[in-house]
Design a protein around this ligand. Structure first.
Ligand SMILES: *Cc1c(COP(=O)(O)O)cnc(C)c1O
Length: 666
């Protein structure tokens, strides 16, 4: 029998001392309060992390509102249906191109608004760092949406600069060149200058100063230069190592002064127009941003005084995304809005410049995460569950009643309360230990042993259901509760589609796409289809604490059950690896369309990797593999072990699978 875990909903005070809360699933239609779409939205904290782009409709389905409230409203399940009709397999990425546009517009318009309100003299000239999502369609959409604002691009390598040079053709928009540079990289940047573009080479290492001067002289083109300061203000959170003394990039204060002198001597100081800093990605706390901007602002005003004609301050990335929707300074959240971020930066720089009597610089930011995170999600289907068989020990059977041992064990369970639960659990554990020893010696029966094991499981489930009622919260409780989760097997690979979850414990909101008028009563962890025990998601966003050890989902009912993993558009969906040769996933690009009855159309389909393409990446030749299998089959045909006609079909089958998708067929 499968046991279902009751949703740990608020408990009545009168229930608090009742020894046993029934473990049997409560039929939602029989409980007084029905589960509504508002309950679901609140439960999955959709308003918290969704930034207004997601909602639940009255059918209990998850919807997407690419242009916010009042605009088109797309049922994500409709997209999934269309995907499946077109024989595109799951898992599949959906890109909402309208959200990308909305993010670009939001950033630029908010900067405009704040600069006007503060009567700031400079303008905003943002750039999109393409490393955050390098897909052509993503970059094209961002550039197109950014056209009215002269929104530019940032490159961090030669390969990225190749792309950026071709695409960023607006002579007013900036191209920022960061990262390690060789002479080819510098020549590419100068090629951009010859094309009349604002390409800024940012000096990140002392050695680059001489190299840039040498190449510029050879080509006979004056570069536009920036310098990256290694600030001592550090980001907090997961990516804090981008600043501070040990950081990989940037010049120390002494080095910057030296670089200025070197450029002055070479008559190139007039090229130095930009001061850059980047203290890390996903900065949760607005105070950190203010500190860094203060330090950067002082660099600007001091360098101006030494004669460097700086015109731009580039505050780098770091503008975060509220992955858990808690609006806090937790690692997965941010405690500020876009407007607060911009106001803080602008106001800080303005004050410093006014005080120092220096002109307000143009502001540049390199926000990548905040532009791309929301626009894509991964759609996955649940293939099955690994619910352990659990016989709820509600009473002692006739045979067990005569067992002193079983009676003692049952006592522990029937007297459990929030106060003594932890102790009861440990008592039950030692009883289980004792049962094992006695069983080996032939002192107790298999039935008695099984009973103790079920009691331990039942206490784990009890703790899971009642965790919130227990005063002393401890990591122990989480650990115990996590033992009571059901594993849902999901058709995806963590390594391909959520690499940051695996590498940094990054959390992403995961929500069912449907059935949200039913209370979700299964406490789940998600296991992927790789053979790696790290291929698991067992930490989930939680509103009132750092994370939850389980995700409440619906009981599987034999029909398809779809989940969406959201906010995966930054750093995830193009970075994954080929663990177990699970390749790139299929992708559809969706646009909203008011004229369409379903409010959307699929503009483009990008098929994911086939098995033949992933094996080729490891130097195998699919035709050779097929030949090897064919020869082996022919051998068996000759021996009479396989019929000739079956042999042909087997080889055909092998070749057909080679051309197919790497994930499980749905
Ligand atoms: C990665 C990176 C960014 C992007 O940062 P986000 O936090 O994603 O906006 C910007 N600038 C530099 C130098 C980077 O390395």
């Amino acid at each position: 029998m499968e046991i279902s875990v009751e949703n740990p909903a608020p408990v009545e005070a009168s229930q608090l001392d009742s020894p046993i809360v029934p473990a049997i699933e409560v039929d939602p239609s029989k409980t007084s309060k029905k589960w509504s779409r508002e309950d679901a939205a609140q439960f999955y904290n959709i308003d918290g992390w969704g930034s207004g782009y997601f909602s639940v409709n009255d059918k209990g389905n998850l919807t997407m509102l690419p242009k916010g409230e009042g605009g088109p409203c797309i049922q994500i399940l409709d997209i999934v249906e269309e995907i499946l009709q077109q024989h595109i397999g799951l898992p599949c990425i959906i890109r909402f191109q309208d959200i990308l546009r909305d993010r670009v517009k939001g950033l630029n318009e908010t900067f405009r608004k704040v600069l006007t309100e503060l009567r700031y003299q400079g303008s905003y000239r943002g750039v999109y760092p393409i490393k955050v999502n390098q897909l052509r369609e993503v970059i094209e959409e961002i550039l197109d949406a950014g056209l009215p604002y002269h929104y530019g691009l940032e490159a961090g390598s030669k390969a990225e600069l190749q792309v950026v040079l071709a695409y960023n053709a607006d002579p007013e928009a900036l191209t920022i060149c960061n990262g390690y540079k060789d002479s080819e990289y510098i020549r590419l940047a100068l090629l951009g200058r010859q094309l009349g573009r604002k390409v800024v080479i940012v000096i990140e290492q002392m050695s680059e100063v001489a190299l840039i001067m040498k190449v510029a002289k050879e080509v006979g083109i004056m570069p536009l230069l920036g310098v990256r300061a290694k600030l001592s203000s550090k980001g907090s959170g997961k990516w804090e190592h981008s600043a501070g003394d040990g950081a990989k990039f940037g010049l120390s204060s002494t080095e910057i002064l030296q670089a200025v002198e070197t450029l002055r001597e070479a008559n190139m100081l007039h090229c130095l127009e930009l001061l850059h800093f980047h203290i890390g990605s996903q900065i949760p706390d607005i105070r950190t941003i203010r500190e860094a901007t203060m330090e950067g602002g002082r660099y600007y005003s001091n360098l101006r005084k030494t004669g460097a004609p700086l015109k731009y301050i580039d505050i780098g990335g770091g503008l975060g995304v509220d992955y858990d929707g808690s609006q806090s300074n937790s690692d997965y959240s941010i405690n500020y809005s876009l407007e607060e971020y911009i106001s803080n930066v602008t106001d800080t720089i303005q004050q410093i410049c006014d005080e120092a009597n220096e002109p307000h610089p143009h502001l540049v930011s390199e926000s990548g995460r905040s532009i791309t995170a929301h626009h894509s999600c991964l759609i996955m289907n649940v293939i099955g569950s690994n619910a352990p068989v659990h016989a709820v020990p509600t009473a002692l059977s006739e045979t067990l009643k005569t067992s002193e041992f079983a009676t003692e064990v049952f006592e522990i369970l029937s007297k459990i309360t929030p106060k003594n639960a932890l102790g009861a659990y440990h008592d039950a554990l030692s009883k289980r230990e004792e049962a094992l020893n006695r069983f080996k010696l032939g002192l107790i029966s298999l039935e008695e042993r099984a009973f103790v094991e079920e009691v331990v499981k039942e206490i784990q489930l009890w703790i899971l259901r009642n965790k919130k009622r227990m005063k002393r919260q401890s990591a122990d409780l989480d650990e115990i509760a996590s033992k009571a989760t059901t594993q849902y097997l999901v058709n995806f690979s963590v390594f391909q589609s959520a690499p940051d979850h695996w590498a940094f414990d990054q959390l992403f909101p995961i929500v069912p796409l449907h059935r949200m008028l039913e209370a979700p009563r299964k406490n789940c962890s998600l296991v992927d289809i790789t053979c790696d025990s790290d291929g698991v998601i067992d930490r989930f966003i939680a509103r009132d604490q750092a994370y939850d050890t389980g995700l409440q989902l619906h009981q599987l009912n034999g029909r398809p059950y779809y989940l969406g993993m959201f906010l995966t558009g930054a750093y995830q969906d193009i970075m994954g690896d080929l663990h177990n040769l699970f390749g790139r996933v299929n992708e559809v690009h969706v646009f909203s369309d008011d004229d369409d009855p379903e409010d959307f159309y699929i503009q483009e389909i990008i098929p994911g990797d086939t098995i033949s393409s992933v094996v080729e990446e490891n130097q195998f030749i699919p035709a050779e593999l097929a030949k090897m299998v064919r020869l082996a089959v022919e051998e068996k045909v000759k021996e009479g072990k396989i019929k000739p006609r079956d042999g042909v079909q087997l080889v055909d089958f092998y070749e057909k699978v080679m051309q197919g998708y790497t994930y499980l067929r749905n």
